[in-house]
Design a protein around this ligand. Structure first.
Ligand code: FAD
Length: 391
């Protein structure tokens, strides 16, 4: 069993670290021009993402023309470890990099790749993703936003909700119903909508954890005309894109979650003074065990995925890490009492705003909902991992 990285992997790490030291934006740059939402790319973020693309550090597993360097799975793992350790986000419009660009590279035409995917990777355009609706969240196939299909255009009417960054995004990767007669999974198409089109209204939803800022939106479409060539993939075939092969880096995403949890654990140890309270000591020890379990489970899943074997760990890690962090943040809030609202007790982190413990605790609820709620994750694990019958 090998418990260390080999020489070439360590050289890769060294190159990356040197590059990050030379190019990562400074705190001053970030403070001078704050990011307003996940649909907004400030100047420093555009510059950093462009440099990552040009030097092959944006998506290392991809070829150079797509912002990578054909990195091996182990090198990709080191990449995510270093970024997470330094709390560096490679893209400030994550939905553009992780959902929209890969979907278009996978299913789009050459023109769509040229016009949308590559500019997204270079940090030139930003995206929002229009999936959820008031009546369609976990059950995405129930979406009702309708696009009437004409020879040269679609005409879109309906409403999306929880659309992150929509009020600043240039484009929307939008899932719409194009066939109302077909079974619900079969009548959906994916289209790209220019957010400056007449007939679009964004109503930002202020969040308690965003302290006056809004990232979520309700987005209303009223007779919005979209050129027919903005269809991605085949007509009525959007379900495949919604559920599809976006997993190119999924085996690595847990590293971010484990590192965030580790940082929160260290902050908890600093914030809660040594105590005679035996129950609290035991709770803190349980959080430490959660942390070790996360790393071990993550490495086990990665080692299977790197050898091309199916790994069930990634579906378990999302559920486990989001709920473990919620338990840890609650311990901090309960131990600190009113001090949980005190900004000065919070350790700052590059690329993220400082939040009081109470706000961090509220924020953990988002992680148990976004990307599939905990209940839906439990259904998936029960059916696909444990092989239990549907209830
Ligand atoms: C931080 C964040 C960012 C987001 N960004 C976007 C975005 O950019 N674009 C976008 O389209 N959406 C976005 N969403 C929305 C997200 O995708 C939905 O919130 C999520 O899919 C759940 O849908 P819902 O809120 O409608 O809840 P519902 O699906 O209505 O669920 C309500 C409750 O019922 C439970 N439930 C539902 N179905 C089942 C079932 N079959 N079995 C057991 N329990 C069930 C759920 O677990 C939940 O507790 C974001 C959400 C968050 C938190």
């Amino acid at each position: 069993m090998q418990l260390h990285w080999d020489e070439s992997a360590e050289r890769f790490r060294q190159d990356l670290v040197e590059w990050l030291d030379a190019h990562a934006p400074s705190d001053d740059e970030m403070e001078a021009e704050p990011r307003l939402s996940t649909g907004h790319l400030p100047g420093w973020a555009r510059k950093f993402q462009r440099a990552m693309f040009d030097d092959g550090w944006l998506v290392p597993g991809w070829p150079p023309e797509r912002g990578g360097r054909n990195a091996s799975p182990v090198e990709q793992m080191i990449y995510f470890e270093e970024l997470a350790r330094r709390n560096i986000q490679r893209a400030q419009n994550p939905q553009g990099l992780s959902i929209c660009a890969p979907s278009i590279l996978d299913r789009g035409t050459d023109r769509q790749i040229e016009d949308w995917a590559l500019p997204t990777l270079r940090g030139e355009v930003t995206w929002c993703v229009g999936m959820s609706e008031p009546g369609a969240g976990s059950d995405l196939a129930g979406l009702a936003t309708k696009a009437a299909v004409h020879e040269d255009r679609f005409v879109v009417n309906g409403q999306k909700v929880w659309t992150s960054g929509a009020h600043h995004a240039d484009l929307c990767f939008c899932f719409v119903r194009t066939d109302t007669e077909a079974p619900k999974h079969k009548g959906i198409s994916a289209i790209v909508i220019d957010m400056k089109s007449p007939g679009i209204e964004c109503r930002p939803l202020e969040e308690i954890t965003e302290q006056g800022h809004a990232d979520f939106n309700e987005v209303f479409f009223d007779d919005v005309v979209v050129p027919r060539e903005n269809l991605v993939g085949d007509l009525h075939d959007g379900w495949k894109i919604a559920t599809g092969s976006l997993g190119h880096e999924r085996a690595m995403l847990w590293i971010n979650q484990a590192t965030t949890f580790e940082r929160a654990f260290q902050a908890l140890r600093r914030a809660v003074t040594p105590t005679e309270d035996e129950a609290l000591k035991e709770t803190i020890a349980a959080h430490y065990i959660d942390l070790q379990a996360l790393w071990i489970m993550g490495y086990r899943g990665f080692s299977k995925a790197a050898r091309g074997r199916p790994s069930v760990e990634s579906s378990i890690l999302k559920l486990y890490s989001s709920e473990a962090e919620q338990r840890l943040q609650l311990t901090a809030v309960e131990a600190l009492g009113p001090a949980a609202l005190d900004l000065s007790r919070v350790s700052g982190a590059k690329f993220t705003r400082r939040l009081p413990w109470m706000m961090s605790y509220f924020r953990t609820f988002a992680n148990t909902i976004a990307g599939g709620t905990s209940e839906i994750q439990r259904n998936i694990i029960a059916e696909r991992v444990l092989g239990l019958p549907r209830g």
